[in-house]
Design a binder for this molecule. Structure first.
Ligand code: CA
Length: 647
């Protein structure tokens, strides 16, 4: 009888929302998150609560197109609610198998008596997402989408953890924006970055109530890459690309066929940072766009450029790095810019054969240009043209090249988003993995494109080489990425250096401030299925043997990820599982050491564990420790230090 009653109430609940005139409420499966949708004076809006507390205040929705303004003068049409449940497996994200369960709502919006827009909501136990469908009316089969009213009005007192969108056609060789700007943390709301808003994802703290991460997913060649613009106070709105991107060429609008679906707007929320670190929203909401031409395998590699820069791009040095990767048991070397002139195609083919004999594949660097910026590095003019690109990729395929790294893209306008997709699709035809640098944020691409490996879209390890300031701030930034950039997509950071100096002689240049254990910990904290570490052949003899052994064996693919503790910019501790083996990794950026009693339910009571840790002078060691009967372990991480616990 009790069961009968509850099903009756559920049915009643559905009928009640279906009969509502101007809105509905969608709750998460656990009932904690509630989204309210209404149309007020013709304007669609939504709000979000968690545990009854407001996380998103009533916020505008809708689209502006050249066939009508669908953010005003709207009426609610048919509303239906349903449940979504999907189990999927991905080897290249933070969790290998995901069970996604959400409640969904589909809300039609009419204008002047015609159905013009449908809003779809998905509400899971940690994420809210919505997207739009624009409908054809009569013979109208195409339109431009010129902007979104989509906004996120946060509660008063919200603080921000954001990085600004760069001004276009600025920076090195006029290559910005490329999502390589510094974060400001614990900052007041109401600013607008450097005047151009903020890059996704955007993290906000709502006082003691919790955290919100706003981003987008599912963006492909049918749309533009978006950002957040501050409209004053705590009101943030979706912004389209800046007119000056791509040297001013091409519209900032999206050009679409109807019906057209937009990418998803995603809101991850929680009372702690757990949901932020563990979210799989970018992948829950997207679908594979083409079948893999082969089963792609990921793995580790080495990369001479980060220590040796352009002079290291020669045949002998690349051969030495192939030998180094082989000694480490790594799957690849990445050969950076100017290989076409400094080594040449025939000698690259020879290196590929040599690498194959040692079980080491080659990734080759390419310039994405094209006419969108001044980046002079070669090979150039190969990736922007489909005929030349496919011929180049056929040469790579015939010579056993493992993948490509394409750099210096031109912003977020639709032709650029199409170029990412076209490079990926063509590379799949030739069995190549793809890494992007100088690029936009990946938006669900691990699931959409099976040969996608990783993107930079962060102030990556190159800055550690370029200047001491980045080295001085390395720990601060490492304590941000697991909560922000890296939680929504694979991050090609290229770090974990064991050199003391960012220089081939290991005696000059930027000084590494962080410890060896810090380097090991970031190999776990920074997630990317393909990793090219900043290790150098000399590390085989000048780095501690326990550090080299760890770097030989650290996985790059994970079955599970758990937030343990931390605060953005201060310290972070995350647990990742590979097979049956857990790695609990942490780093600290604060002056004072982090001293914590970690509760580690993944370890049995009274079991043995290996602890990599630093002394106060950042001298690392590894020792056997015992997890106590309460499954706890006391750890200390000094400033710029790290720790890793494994079985
Ligand atoms: Ca870069």
């Amino acid at each position: 009888m009790k069961r009968l009653l509850s099903s009756f109430i559920m049915l009643f609940g559905f009928m009640a929302s279906a009969n509502a005139q101007d809105g509905c409420t969608i709750k998460s499966p656990d009932g904690n998150i509630a989204v309210s949708f209404t149309v007020t004076n013709g304007k669609p809006e939504y709000s979000v609560t968690l545990g009854g507390k407001t996380f998103i205040k009533p916020s505008p929705m809708g689209l502006k197109t050249n066939i009508g303004d669908f953010s005003a003068g709207m009426s609610t049409g048919e509303i239906s609610q349903s449940k979504v449940s999907e189990t999927y497996s991905l080897r290249n994200i933070k969790q290998s198998t995901v069970n996604y369960t959400a409640n969904a709502a589909t809300i039609d919006l009419t204008k002047d008596g015609s159905k013009r827009l449908t809003v779809e909501f998905r509400v899971s136990d940690r994420d809210v997402a919505y997207r739009y469908t624009v409908h054809p009316v009569k013979d109208t089969r195409v339109c431009t989408i010129d902007g979104e009213a989509s906004s996120f009005v946060l509660p008063d007192g919200t603080t921000t953890f954001l990085c600004p969108q760069a001004k276009p056609m600025n920076g090195f060789a006029r290559t910005s924006p490329s999502y390589e700007t510094p974060y400001t943390v614990d900052d007041a709301a109401g600013k607008n970055g450097w005047g151009n808003g903020y890059t996704f994802p955007c993290l906000f703290r709502e006082g003691e109530d919790g955290w919100v991460l706003i981003s987008e997913t599912g963006t492909d060649g049918n749309y533009v890459g978006c950002r957040l613009i501050n409209n004053g106070g705590t009101n943030y709105q979706i912004g389209f690309p800046q007119p000056e991107e791509m040297n001013g060429f091409s519209s900032t609008s999206a050009m679409v066929s109807l019906p057209a679906r937009t990418p998803w707007r995603t809101i991850t929320l929680g009372s702690s940072l757990k949901n932020i670190v563990e979210t799989t929203a970018p992948f829950d909401l997207t679908e594979q766009k083409y079948a893999p031409s082969q089963q792609y395998t990921y793995g580790k590699g080495s990369w001479s450029w980060i220590i040796g820069m352009d002079p290291s791009c020669n045949y002998d040095e690349q051969k030495r790095y192939i030998d180094f990767s082989a000694a480490m048991g790594y799957q690849s070397v990445l050969i950076d810019a100017f290989w076409d002139s400094a080594i040449g195609y025939d000698k690259i083919a020879e290196l590929a054969r040599y690498g194959k004999s040692k079980g080491v594949g080659i990734f080759l660097w390419y310039n994405s240009n094209g006419p969108w910026n001044d980046a002079p590095q070669t090979p150039i003019g190969k990736m922007n043209n489909p005929r030349i690109r496919r011929a180049e990729m056929k040469w790579m395929h015939d010579n056993g090249i493992r993948g490509i790294k394409v750099d210096f893209f031109g912003g977020d306008k639709q032709p650029m988003m199409q170029l990412y997709e076209d490079i990926l699709a063509d590379a799949n035809d030739f069995g190549l993995l793809v890494i992007f640098h100088g690029c936009t944020l990946p938006r669900g691409w691990e699931k959409m494109y099976p040969n996608y490996a990783a993107s930079e879209a962060v102030l990556a390890s190159e800055n550690l080489h370029f200047g001491q300031g980045a080295c001085d701030n390395e720990a601060f930034n490492a304590c941000l990425h697991p909560f922000i950039r890296n939680t929504v997509g694979s991050m090609d950071f290229g770090g974990s250096a064991l050199n003391k100096f960012y220089n081939a002689d290991n005696q000059h240049g930027s000084i590494r401030r962080t410890s060896d254990v810090f380097a090991l910990a970031t190999a776990v904290l920074f997630q990317s299925a393909v990793q090219h570490f900043a290790l150098a052949p000399n590390n085989l003899t000048d780095a501690p043997s326990w550090a080299i052994e760890f770097m030989k064996n650290v996985p790059t693919t994970w079955d599970e990820t758990k937030f343990i503790d931390g605060y953005p910019g201060k310290y972070v501790i995350i647990a990742r599982r590979s097979g049956s083996k857990w790695f609990i990794a942490g780093v600290n950026a604060q002056k004072e050491p982090v001293k914590l009693t970690l509760t580690l339910p993944m370890f049995a009571a009274n079991s043995a564990a290996r602890l990599y840790s630093d002394d106060p002078q950042l001298v690392g060691s590894v020792k056997n420790v015992k997890i106590n009967k309460k499954q706890q372990l006391l750890i200390t991480i000094p400033c710029n230090g790290g720790m890793v616990v494994t079985e």
